[in-house]
Design a protein around this ligand. Structure first.
Ligand SMILES: C[S@@+](CC[C@H](N)C(=O)[O-])C[C@H]1O[C@@H](n2cnc3c(N)ncnc32)[C@H](O)[C@@H]1O
Length: 413
């Protein structure tokens, strides 16, 4: 493809970086809404000349991955402060995972289903649990228009004064029975008034939306499909969550309910008696402290409506009694309940939530936005520390990477 090789110098003229700002705002909205962890690092796969990176780098630590050395040079020039790596989106291996991945329109170069799948697997492998991948097709079988031609003049700001360029792009599908089409580019280049015509042919993937959904889901992503409208045309974007728990499907089978003690007393008693009473031998009178009727509660139940976890929040925002039945630990239940309680605090106008964390659970809470507040102390024979979190930034963005297995909360003295 000459556009990414000997004609790569034309790329900066095919739309300015600022023209990518709207799409990047859309990407950031989806990340904010669907990631289960705070997103600080982002990998832009197939970053081309780095125009998306240009808009995203103000919000995340962005790394770009790209196949073409010429395009990498352009991306680096536009974004000298960012890291860029050469690699094929189907096979690359980096030494670290990221909180979010944006697979650029470069995904259009996946022309077979196995290639599409390989690109999604590689992205999954570079995502932290709870992280989000944003990806979307330029065209699908449903939206493709046969023999469509678009003519675009060079973007003014990036064009040298003595050069005029017109980009002509024609899309044609010679065999609607397969999964690809061809884009023929004609570049009309006038240098000091002299015309030069260059041509270029790209083979691009063309799948149904069903194939996209099936492939993403098979890889393990939990997907949300969102429309994105640009210049009057509607595109589909997929927000693809790598579930925070080890077994995403198990978490899918779970229902989280914010509730009251009156409404859910039997379920709450069942879980807490099992975890604190039977398993941890905490005296019943310490657990049942008479404060439950004043609290907001959360109950996690399995598909059949059986309770598997619970937690509570006092009127002052103190979260506690977070407990999960043994066979449900490590599946994101505690994470989901914590997120629900933080959201509930926010909707009640509480600025902060607090908890007494058992010392082993401190890293879990720190990853979920809590900060230590004061020295260690002993409660019910166990070392604890006070932790606090603002309810505003990243509400509900919680990670269960090292989910505390039982009660990370306070036990009454
Ligand atoms: C249209 S450009 C992307 C431009 C990008 N949106 C930007 O902000 O500048 C498509 C890019 O996909 C890259 N590409 C194609 N196949 C690839 C692959 N298998 N792995 C990684 N990048 C690939 C091309 O080299 C090209 O730079």
């Amino acid at each position: 493809m000459r556009l990414y090789d000997d004609l790569a110098w034309l790329w900066p003229m095919w739309g300015s970086p600022e023209e990518y700002a709207d799409y990047c705002d859309h990407v950031m909205r989806l990340i904010r809404e669907y990631a289960q962890i705070p997103v600080r690092s982002l990998l832009n796969i197939g970053c081309g000349g780095g125009k998306n990176v240009f808009n995203l780098k103000r919000h995340y630590a962005v790394t770009g991955l790209e196949l073409s050395p010429r395009m990498l040079e352009l991306a680096q020039e536009l974004n000298p402060e960012c890291e860029f790596v050469q690699g094929d989106m189907r096979t690359f291996v980096l030494d670290r995972p990221f909180d979010a991945v944006l697979v650029d329109d470069a995904v259009s170069y996946m022309v077979t289903r196995p290639d599409l799948r390989s690109a999604f697997v590689a992205a999954w492998q570079h995502l932290n649990p709870g992280g989000i991948m944003i990806v979307g097709p330029d065209d699908t079988k449903e939206t493709f228009v046969q023999n469509h031609t678009v003519v675009t003049p060079a973007a003014g700001k990036t064009r040298p004064a003595n050069i005029e360029v017109t980009f002509v792009e024609n899309s044609y599908d010679p065999d609607p029975g397969d999964d690809q089409y061809e884009a023929t580019m004609v570049y009309l280049i006038r240098e000091d008034g002299r015309l030069r015509v260059e041509t270029d042919r790209h083979v691009l993937g063309l799948f149904t939306l069903d194939v996209w959904r099936e492939t993403l889901t098979e890889v393990g992503f939990r997907i949300r499909q969102m429309p994105y409208v640009e210049k009057g045309r509607q595109y589909t974007t997929f927000a693809c969550l790598r579930p925070a728990c080890a077994d995403g499907r198990a978490a899918d089978n779970m229902n989280i309910k914010v509730t009251s003690f009156e409404e859910s007393e039997a379920d709450i008693r069942f879980v807490r008696d099992t975890v604190f009473g039977d398993e941890q031998n905490v005296p019943r009178e310490l657990d049942w402290d008479g404060k439950d009727r004043d609290c907001v509660h959360v109950v996690a139940a399995d598909n059949g409506g059986q309770p598997v976890g619970t937690g509570r929040m006092q009127p002052d925002g103190t979260i506690g009694r977070l407990s999960v039945l043994q066979q449900w630990r490590g599946r994101g239940v505690g994470m989901a309940m914590l997120g629900a309680l933080i959201e509930s605090a926010s909707s009640r106008g509480l600025e902060e939530v607090h908890l007494h964390a058992q010392v082993h659970a401190i890293p879990f809470y720190e990853r979920n936005g809590f900060q230590r507040d004061g020295p260690r102390f002993v409660e019910a024979g166990i070392e604890h520390v006070n932790m606090t979190r603002n309810t505003h930034p990243g509400v509900g963005q919680v990670s269960s990477e090292a989910e505390p297995c039982v009660s990370p909360d306070e036990l009454p003295t």
